[in-house]
Design a protein around this ligand. Sequence first.
Ligand code: HEC
Ligand code: HEC
Length: 336
Amino acid sequence: MFNVHKNLRNLVFISFLGFLILSLGVAIFPAYQMQNNTAPLAEMEPMSEAELRGLHLFIKEGCVACHTQQVRSIEMDKTWGTRPSIPSDYYYSKQRMDIWRQSPSLLGSERTGPDLTEIGKRQPSEDWHLLHLYNPRIVVPASIMPSYPWMFEEKTAPSEDEKVIPVPAEYKKKGTVITPKQDAMDLVAYLQSLKQAALTGQQPEFIPSKRKKLEETIAAIGVPGQKQLPDGKNLYMATCSACHQANGTGLPGAFPSLIGSPVVNDSDPEMLVRIILQGYDARPEFAQMPGFADQLSDMEIAAVANHERKSWGNDAPEITAENVKKIRDFVKDQIQ
Ligand code: HEC
Ligand code: HEC
C-alpha cells in the first residue's frame, strides 16, 4: 500500500507528514508552551505608543545587526545587566508588529556595539542619545556606528518651542540648527525604556568564570580590613566620559569641560558630589546631566571625584567615601 517506489503521491505524502510532525514537535509546540508560560514581570510597564514606534524604527533601521539585547548567563556578561535575561524580559517587545508580521527577534548575535539591555539605565540622557544618533562621532570620537541624519532636520529659523539639539559648530552647516524629527524622539524614547525589571524570588545566576575567581582570590589576599577605593579612572571612563570625554574636555555647547572647573577644583567637595548624586541642569548653554545616586556607591563617587580632582592639570584635595555619605544623607530627601 505504501509503495513509494511506484506511487509518487505516497512519497510526497509521507515526507510531508514527517515534515509536519517535526515542525510541530521541534518548533510549534515548544514555542506555544513557552508563550503560555511567559508573563510580564510585576515591575514591567507596558510600552507607550512612542516607545512602540521606536521599537519598530529599531527594527527598520537594522540596529540589531550590531547590538544584542541579551545578557547571557556567563560572568563576562555581567557588564551588561544585573542578572541574566529571561523570556519575560521580552514580553512586550515580542508582540506582533501587525497582522502579517511577527516581531523579529531582537536578541541579536553580533556585538559590534555594546549590548543595549540596560542602555536606559546606563545612559538616561535624551540629549546624549540624540547627538549620538545624529552623528556618533560627536560624542564618541572613535565610533564606527553609522549616523542617522534622516531622523533630523536642518533649520535656519526654528520656532521657539522646538527642540534644538546641541550639535557643535563643526558638525553642521553655518547658520543652521539641528532639530529632531518625531522618529528620532521615538527611537530615543525606546532606548531610554530599555532597563531590566527587578525579579522577586529566586534570581537566575551567572556561571562564574575561572579567571574571575583567581582575581577575587588575589584581591582577598590584599591588606585585610583596608577598604580601598575602586579605580576612579575606570569608573570615569564607564560613567562620565560619554559626555565629558576621556580627557575631560567636554563638548562645547553640550557638555562642560572639567579642566580647571571651579566646581571640580573647589576644596569643599559639596557641590561636586551633589552634582554627581542629583544631576545638574543649571545653564541653558549646556544639556542636562542625569544624577547617579542609584548607580554609584559612596566609594565609587569618591573614586570618580578624586580622578577628576587629580587629572588633566586639576589639583584639589582628595575626598573620602565618608565625605560622600554625609552629603548623600543631607540631600536624600531631594533625590527621591
Ligand atoms: C555598524 C554597526 C552599528 C549599527 C548598525 C548601529 N550601531 Fe549603535 N553602536 C555601534 C558601536 C560600534 C558603538 C560603540 C561606539 C559608540 O558609542 O558610538 C555603538 C553604540 C551605541 C549606543 C551607546 C551604547 C553605550 O553603551 O554607550 C547606542 C545607544 C546605540 N549604539 C544605538 C544604536 C541604534 C538605536 C542603532 C540603530 C538606529 C544603532 N546603534 C546601530 C555600532 C552600531
Ligand atoms: C549624559 C551626559 C553626562 C554624563 C554621563 C555626565 N555628565 Fe556631568 N554634566 C553634564 C552636563 C550637560 C553638565 C552641565 C549642566 C548644566 O550646567 O546645566 C554637567 C556638569 C558637570 C559638572 C559641573 C562642571 C562645571 O564646571 O560646571 C561636573 C563636576 C560633572 N558634570 C561631573 C560628572 C561626573 C563625575 C560624571 C560621572 C559620574 C558625569 N558628570 C557624567 C552631562 C553629563
